[in-house]
Ligand binder design. Structure first.
Ligand code: SF4
Ligand code: SF4
Length: 383
């Protein structure tokens, strides 16, 4: 890193955050062979780990923000090094030392808006529930079956609001008693934590937990695997345990219980993209595929890198706020692959993945060749 951080402090911080794992790295390089960055450019997590461990200054500061936290390299490491924890620890140190770089300008802007308005999109809190206009959505009350916690992007982004609309129509159709907390919600804080801003993460998480408790929330439905991961696996750090369900799990449950009937066919060739935070980080691979399998006429074909080997879309780890050069986008590879196999629809179940895949689809001029959809958008068409 080109900051004057005493390396001992870095190592101590990483040990505190990531345990003793760093000292066991023996530089075999297996992590680099699976890292998606090496499909598009050169990036070595091995070198970052070496720098953190031994203080060998060989990497640029900006390399510290490359990792998308996709979870692929920890699966391969023979020494159980916790690369993601180590990278986040480096980012925390850099953030605490006030490191600045033009690359991080959008991250600073997202941080400021998260602190002021509870979302990273530079939008007003008062408009957080505007997406519900014209839909049958009630404010959450304690008697309801479930709270729908949509994700900031699903609340504010024009394309992603379609996911919220599809979700609501499905829930209404199944007769689910659900509500939202609207302007009381904050961002879950997952991505800002991965950029190293622990302070804002903690503040968002504490406020959300208080809001959930004050409103008598017990079960939470989410659209985003990033919200799923944080609410389910990280909020318990604050001694808060809610039942958290991702929409793919809930759709599977509603169909299995007969509450949701698939009545129409969907005569299209479809392929499914595994979101890292749904798949690798949380092991949810079967439910989305089983839901798609219930739709008559839908022909599901699989791409080469799926399930545990799934290719990252490139938006995790706070990269959603950092500009990635067009020829370095992993999502381009995904869209190219889906088009080459003749898929008419590339379906996924994560707002970040949809954002990345839609950008690649238009950037590569594939608008007429393929559609990108959330699983809820397909399902609403066949109910
Ligand atoms: S795979 Fe593990 S042990 Fe090998 S270089 Fe990477 S972090 Fe080190
Ligand atoms: S977690 Fe993913 S993006 Fe990050 S270094 Fe490992 S393989 Fe690369």
């Amino acid at each position: 890193m080109d900051i004057e951080t005493p390396i001992n402090e870095v190592i101590e911080e990483i040990k505190e955050f990531g345990g003793d794992a760093v000292k066991f790295c023996y530089q075999c390089g297996k992590c680099d062979t699976v890292c998606p960055w090496n499909k598009v450019t050169n990036f070595s997590i091995r070198k970052l780990i070496r720098e953190a461990t031994f203080g060998i200054p060989e990497v640029e500061l900006e390399e510290v923000w490359r990792c998308t936290t996709c979870g692929k390299c920890p699966q391969e490491c023979p020494r159980d090094v916790r690369q993601i924890d180590d990278v986040v620890a480096m980012r925390r140190i850099a953030t605490e030392y006030g490191v600045s770089s033009t690359l991080l300008k959008p991250v600073r802007s997202a941080s400021a808006c998260l602190a002021a308005e509870g979302n990273p999109l530079v939008q007003e809190r008062s408009k957080r529930a505007d997406w519900t206009e014209g839909l049958d959505v009630k404010p959450f009350t304690e008697e309801m079956e479930i709270l729908y916690f949509p994700c900031c992007y699903v609340c504010y982004d024009k394309r992603l609001k379609e996911v919220a609309t599809a979700t609501v129509r499905i829930l209404n159709k199944a007769g689910v008693e659900f509500g939202i907390l609207g302007t009381q919600e904050n961002c879950c804080g997952e991505s800002i934590r991965k950029t190293g801003n622990e302070e804002i993460f903690k503040s968002l998480a504490r406020e959300n937990i208080k809001t959930f408790i004050d409103n008598g929330v017990k079960k939470i439905l989410v659209s985003s695997p990033h919200c799923y991961h944080t609410l389910k696996n990280e909020y318990p750090e604050f001694k808060a345990n809610f039942e958290v369900v991702h929409i793919t799990q809930y759709l599977h449950e509603l169909i299995s219980e007969g509450r949701l009937q698939v009545s129409k066919g969907y005569e299209k060739k479809v392929t499914y993209h595994d979101p890292c935070y749904l798949g690798r980080h949380n092991g949810i691979y079967d439910e989305p595929r089983e839901v798609l399998g219930k739709i008559p006429g839908l022909e599901l074909s699989e791409m080469a890198e799926i399930r545990e080997e799934g290719l990252c879309c490139g938006m995790g780890g706070g990269r959603i706020w950092i500009d990635t050069k067009m020829d370095e986008r992993f999502s381009n590879i995904r869209v190219e692959e889906a088009v080459a196999m003749g898929a008419e629809v590339l379906v996924t179940s994560c707002p970040y993945c949809i954002d990345a895949l839609e950008e690649s689809r238009s950037g590569l001029n594939y608008e007429d060749a393929i559609q990108v959809k959330d699983i809820t958008e397909i399902l609403q068409e066949v109910l």
